[in-house]
Every structure is written in structure tokens, then in C-alpha cells.
Write a protein that binds this ligand. Structure first.
Ligand SMILES: Cc1cc2nc3c(=O)[nH]c(=O)nc-3n(C[C@H](O)[C@H](O)[C@H](O)COP(=O)(O)OP(=O)(O)OC[C@H]3O[C@@H](n4cnc5c(N)ncnc54)[C@H](O)[C@@H]3O)c2cc1C
Ligand code: FES
Length: 275
């Protein structure tokens, strides 16, 4: 098993909506005001979120930390990018400034950049873009371009789902978009231009977040070319704390065959899991 850095201690906390904006038909971004423990969050970590007063849905849902925000130089809270797919994300889309939510986090293990990475490829599918804005901001905290050659391959169903692409490109990270319907970028799976770029000049590290089928293609490419790769798994999660075993994924190596995506992930080095 790849050595893991210590994670920030998670806390249960109340948070208040500071802003909630619609980005497209199904995507939105919500800013939550929350306490200092969330300032220690790392890109790739997530929170479990629920409304305090409702039992519908009963279980909290996991969301990647999309960004941290500051006001007058002080930590203000976190942002979440969401895609409306069911009851919890629909309720999230209806929240207004001042509404309260309950957070548990920061949770899990995020992306790990070993020293010496000079060429970094990011591959995102759909709402799998969520953790990469945070990562790109951390790569260049002063707002300039990252010190390394970093590029993003971003696949979505249709043009309006290319949320965050302009903001990431503005930070000096070239974005290669693809769409399922050909309405923007290349009309193909995101793994097509990714594979071409890998063949032309392989990166030192490949990070991916998106649907399972996309991650399986990325994993296949990385294994064939021997490129170090980390993937963020969007497993279904109930507790986020390692108690319910709902997020178990088949692992490789180590004493236990199964890994908890909520504790040992959601970001895994490819050699640690079956994919
Ligand atoms: C670590 C992690 C980070 C995540 N980050 C984000 C994020 O930043 N933004 C975001 O919008 N979503 C994110 N998700 C996914 C989100 O938690 C789920 O989509 C959630 O279930 C939505 O709740 P819901 O009640 O709206 O829909 P549900 O009723 O729970 O689900 C609606 C439909 O989506 C399917 N579905 C739900 N979750 C998954 C899954 N993990 N894999 C495959 N199918 C699924 C269900 O089977 C159902 O058909 C993340 C998940 C994980 C594990
Ligand atoms: S979500 Fe319960 S053990 Fe991981």
C-alpha cells in the first residue's frame, strides 16, 4: 500500500449558505460559511452534507470540496459544485443564503503530488471536475499559472456542462474539452485526446475523477504506459467514517483485500485498488 499522509481531523459542524448559484440546467455551486477545521482541507477530500430539519433523504451525501473561500483575508468556508441527480442534490439547489446545513469533514485522503512532478495531466468526467478547481488553485496559490506543465482533459455530455473550464483555463491550465453530443470541443470520449497526448509525451502523473467507465479507461491507459496514476472514486457512501462498510472497494496488496473509499480514499493510487 502506498504510504499516506495524515489527514485533517474531521468535525461535525453547522454551516450556513453564503451563496448558491445556478451554472447550467443541472449544475450549481454553493458557498458555505463554516469554521476553521475546514481550512485544513486538501484537494480531493470531501464532506458529508445534510439538511438539519429533514429526514428526506435520510442519509447525508458526499461532495468533493470544490474550493475554499476567504473574506477580508480570513477563512470564510468551502464551495461545493453539485449536479442535480436526485432528492439531496435537488434540495441543495433550492437552498438560499442564510439556510443551515450540517457538515461532516474534511474527510478522506486527497490527491498526493510527489516531489519532482513536472508534467501533470488531469482527467475529469462531468461533476468529476469538482475537486480539480481546488487542486489547480493549490498548485498556484498566488493566482499565476502552476509551476509545472499541467493540463486538463474535461469530458461532459453537452457544452453547457463545461462548468469551471473557463476559470481553470484562466489560471494558466490548458483545457481540452470533449462532449458526447459534439456541441463543444471534440465529439468523442475524453479518454481519446487524453490517450493521444499520453502517447505523444507522457506525463509524470495522471489524476482522474469521473464515472467508473471513464476511470477504467484511464486506468488501462496508465497501466499500459506505466504512468503513475491516482483516481478519485465516487462510491455510494452512507456514513463517511468507516462504520457502515457501504463504500468498500476491492483492493490490491496490504493486509485486507477491501478498502474503504471514505477512509482510505476517495483518491487511490492505481496500484492499491482493482479497477
Ligand atoms: C467522494 C465523493 C465525492 C462526490 N462529490 C460530488 C460533488 O462534488 N458533486 C456532486 O454533485 N456529486 C458528488 N458526488 C456524488 C453524490 O454524492 C451523489 O450523486 C449523491 O448520491 C446525490 O444524491 P441525490 O439524493 O441527489 O441522488 P441519489 O438519489 O442518491 O442518486 C440519484 C441517481 O444517481 C445514482 N448515483 C448516486 N450516487 C452514485 C454514485 N456514487 N455512483 C453511481 N451512481 C450514483 C443513483 O443510483 C441514482 O440513480 C460525490 C460522491 C463521492 C463518493
Ligand atoms: S461510507 Fe460508511 S464505511 Fe465508508
Amino acid at each position: 500500500m502506498t504510504p499516506q499522509p495524515p489527514a485533517a481531523t474531521p468535525v461535525f459542524a453547522a454551516a450556513h449558505v453564503s451563496r448558491n448559484e445556478r451554472l447550467s440546467s443541472f449544475f450549481g455551486r454553493i458557498a458555505l460559511a463554516c469554521g476553521e477545521p475546514f481550512a485544513a482541507a486538501e484537494p480531493g477530500q470531501f464532506v458529508m452534507l445534510r439538511r438539519p430539519e429533514t429526514l428526506d433523504p435520510f442519509l447525508s451525501r458526499p461532495y468533493s470540496i470544490h474550493a475554499t473561500w476567504f473574506r477580508e483575508g480570513r477563512f470564510g468556508g468551502i464551495e461545493i459544485l453539485y449536479k442535480v441527480v436526485g432528492p439531496a442534490t435537488r434540495r441543495l439547489s433550492l437552498l438560499r443564503p442564510g439556510d443551515e446545513v450540517r457538515l461532516l469533514g474534511p474527510l478522506g485522503r486527497g490527491f498526493r503530488l510527489p516531489p519532482g512532478v513536472r508534467r501533470l495531466f488531469l482527467a475529469a468526467g462531468g461533476v468529476g471536475i469538482a475537486p480539480f478547481r481546488f487542486l489547480v488553485e493549490r498548485l498556484a496559490p498566488q493566482g499565476g499559472p502552476p509551476a509545472m506543465d499541467c493540463r486538463l482533459f474535461f469530458g461532459v455530455r453537452t457544452a453547457e456542462e463545461l462548468v469551471c473550464a473557463a476559470g481553470i483555463a484562466a489560471r494558466g491550465v490548458p483545457v481540452v474539452p470533449t462532449t458526447d453530443d459534439g456541441s463543444a470541443g471534440a465529439h468523442c470520449p475524453v479518454t481519446d485526446p487524453l490517450a493521444a497526448a499520453v502517447e505523444a509525451d507522457p506525463p509524470d502523473l495522471l489524476l482522474a475523477c469521473g464515472p467508473r467507465a471513464m476511470l477504467a479507461c484511464v486506468a488501462d491507459l496508465a497501466r499500459r504506459r506505466g504512468i503513475p496514476c491516482q483516481v478519485s472514486l465516487e462510491e455510494r457512501m452512507a456514513c463517511g467514517l468507516g462504520a457502515c462498510l457501504g463504500c468498500a472497494v476491492p483492493g490490491r496488496g496490504g493486509p485486507s483485500r477491501y478498502r474503504h473509499a471514505c477512509l482510505e480514499g476517495p483518491v487511490f493510487a492505481l496500484e492499491d485498488i482493482e479497477l
